[in-house]
Design a protein around this ligand. Structure first.
Ligand code: SF4
Length: 315
């Protein structure tokens, strides 16, 4: 039993942990709520908390605070926070996995239905598992790997990175519940009120640099609201035409709660290659994104028109 508890405290997203919670029930004591809030706050700061349990009850509390964190995130329904939490939990699991015996690695691989075979210090990962969970970096591209009868050879670190991605996927999949216990709602509200202080923003435009439609998108971005595909595309094309570098656009877009660097980078570079021009104000109006009557034909003329008008007013 103690072994299962230790395993579950390290890997609270596992089926074993779920079973323990079902048997023990989840307490929403002030202590659990405060540890759950700390866990989420830490994930926002990019840090993770380690287990400090000594006895059975401590391990159950550890598992409970993970479950309470997920309940709070479900109540908040903020994908930025959820994604941050999932990344942090996956990194935490990786840090434990690194020191685990083969047996534990294989238990977790089975948990995620990894198709793998081991030979000496190499692992053979079935390409379907590999494709599903490989990280976005170049090293993991299939084109850079050897394929042997449907299996890719990876080392231990690479296998653990695949597991890390699988864990992130599972943790970020938080069901949205219709009702939440009072303690969870209060915790969610307290975290909401802290959001502007604990999240970072890297937007540094000067007032009047951009037309009202773009300003409005940038305000949403600052608040970490999600934008639909068309709004993102318009913002990206506008910034590209303003000669902003891919890195700076990515920096801005990282404020989106569902930011995926690999996908965004591909889309920005694709838009650059295609040489997309900023659509006319009439088209933007058609998209429902026009927020003012600037009396110009294209949003890119905004600064020029503004400078001309303020020059006239100064005379
Ligand atoms: S008139 Fe053009 S620049 Fe002004 S808000 Fe509308 S779309 Fe944007």
């Amino acid at each position: 039993m103690m072994e299962e508890l230790i395993f579950s405290a390290k890997y609270p997203f596992s089926k074993t942990s779920k079973k323990i919670l079902e048997e023990s029930g989840i307490s929403l004591s002030p202590q659990i709520i405060s540890s759950a809030l700390l866990r989420i706050r830490n994930s926002l700061k990019g840090t993770t908390s380690k287990i400090s349990a000594l006895k059975k009850e401590d391990y159950i509390q550890e598992i409970s605070n993970y479950a309470a964190s997920r309940m709070i995130l479900s109540c908040m329904n903020n994908s930025y926070l959820t994604n941050k939490f999932a990344v942090s939990e996956a990194k935490r699991a990786y840090s434990y996995l690194n020191y685990e015996p083969e047996e534990t690695i294989s238990t977790l691989s089975e948990e995620f239905n990894f198709k793998i075979k081991k030979s000496e210090d190499k692992y053979f990962v079935h390409f379907s598992t590999y494709l599903k969970h490989s990280p976005g970096s170049l090293d993991y591209r299939l084109i850079n790997r050897d394929l042997h009868h449907g299996y890719i050879i990876v080392n231990k670190h690479e296998l653990l990175r695949l597991l890390q991605e699988a864990i992130r996927d599972r943790v970020q999949n938080i069901p949205l519940l219709k009702t939440h216990p009072r303690e969870i709602k209060e915790a969610a509200n307290s975290l909401f009120s802290e959001l502007p202080k604990i999240t970072t923003t890297k937007i540094t435009f000067k007032k009047g640099d951009n037309p009202p439609c773009i300003e409005s998108l940038l305000i949403s971005l600052k608040k970490h609201h999600n934008l639909n595909h068309q709004s993102r595309w318009y913002l990206a094309v506008y910034l590209i035409n303003k000669k902003m570098s891919t890195e700076d656009i990515l920096d801005l877009f990282s404020n989106f709660p569902d930011f995926k660097e690999k996908t965004s980078k591909y889309q920005i570079e694709h838009a650059k290659k295609q040489g997309y021009m900023v659509p006319s104000c009439a088209t933007i109006r058609g998209y429902g994104l026009c927020t003012a009557n600037c009396n110009i034909k294209n949003p890119l003329s905004w600064k020029f028109k503004r400078e001309k008008t303020s020059g006239k007013n100064e005379r």
